[in-house]
Design a protein around this ligand. Structure first.
Ligand code: SF4
Length: 307
């Protein structure tokens, strides 16, 4: 069985794709597992070459995987079809998140000694502000105020907390070559603890709450730990999500059999995605379509239902 019930990743799939992966939906799951088995066994280098949007070796990332699981047609439009890219619109929440990430990167970067106090952090905030995607000046002013409060609280808490770890690096891309494809992940921050544990810290600018179960089921967090374990074999790893709006945080460690299961599942899924014939994919109407940049393209299909 490719996806054991205990697999964190399977639990994730059930959560995000209940119609396909629910344990009660035996027929769909059987078909899916069968497809995965075939793909993993018969992976052909020639089919991988057909996905030649990446000139050399195909790459996969947590963003690509989550996009695919949410909607394979969206994956195609986002990553494979150049004609669709002009439809992508700037989003205010991406701008807001990118701004906060940039400031926190500088705050934790030991090579950037100019951003340590609250006033320096707020100056960096002004320098880093991205205004793309906001629908009005009022909306942007509100977001700007929220960001300022988040950063002020963040710096105050960081200054009060005892130092338990040192920052190993910030905003770095890790990659691992699995032979026929490369897994890539961009990590916000990695802290190193005295006992040798490496902790990935991921900032979430839109969230107010997070639990250990959320971290365990988060595909990006699992990918980051897999990448860390490849780069630093033998070192214990942990992933932590920090909900910036409230300062709430939770962590989960992926190790041993659980990590091996995740690696097996994720590499199988990656190969399935990278070898899929997307021309055969039909757009399926779902709630997220109403907010999708590609809705106008999908509506061109006469079989695509109106809302
Ligand atoms: S409109 Fe719906 S079906 Fe089409 S790409 Fe977007 S999410 Fe997928």
């Amino acid at each position: 069985m490719l996806y054991s019930r205990k697999s964190v990743y399977f639990q994730f799939l059930v959560k995000v794709h209940p119609t396909v992966f629910s344990e009660g939906n035996c027929q769909c799951r059987k078909r899916w597992s069968h497809q995965l088995s075939l793909d993993s066994l018969t992976l052909s280098r020639s089919r991988l070459r057909q996905t030649s949007h990446v000139p050399r070796k195909p790459s996969i990332s947590p963003s690509k995987i989550t996009t695919y699981l949410a909607c394979p047609v969206k994956y195609r439009f986002t990553y494979l079809d150049d004609r669709a890219k002009w439809l992508l619109r700037a989003k205010s929440y991406y701008s807001f998140g990118s701004t906060l990430h940039r400031v926190l990167q500088r705050f934790h970067d030991s090579g950037d000694s100019g951003v340590t106090t609250t006033s320096e952090v707020l100056a960096a905030y002004d320098e880093s502000w991205i205004d793309a995607g906001f629908s009005s000046a009022e909306e942007m002013a509100e977001a700007y105020g929220e960001g300022k409060e988040i950063l002020e609280r963040y710096v105050a808490e960081a200054q009060e907390k005892p130092v338990e770890a040192k920052t190993l690096f910030v905003e770095r891309q890790l990659r691992h070559d699995f032979g026929d494809f490369v897994l890539i992940g961009r990590i916000d921050r990695v802290d190193e603890y005295e006992d040798g544990t490496l902790e990935v810290v991921d900032y979430k600018s839109g969230r107010t709450a997070v639990t250990e179960e959320d971290v365990a089921a988060d595909i990006a967090m699992c990918c980051y730990q897999l990448l860390l374990s490849k780069k630093y074999p033998g070192r214990p790893t942990r992933a932590r999500i920090l909900a910036l709006r409230t300062g709430t945080t939770a962590a989960h460690s992926l190790a041993g059999e659980e990590l091996e299961t995740f690696e097996r599942d994720i590499t199988t899924l990656a190969r399935m995605i990278l070898t899929e014939d997307f021309d055969q994919r039909k757009a399926v109407r779902k709630p997220m379509c109403d907010y999708c940049d590609f809705l106008t393209l999908c509506k061109q299909d006469p079989d695509f239902p109106e809302a």
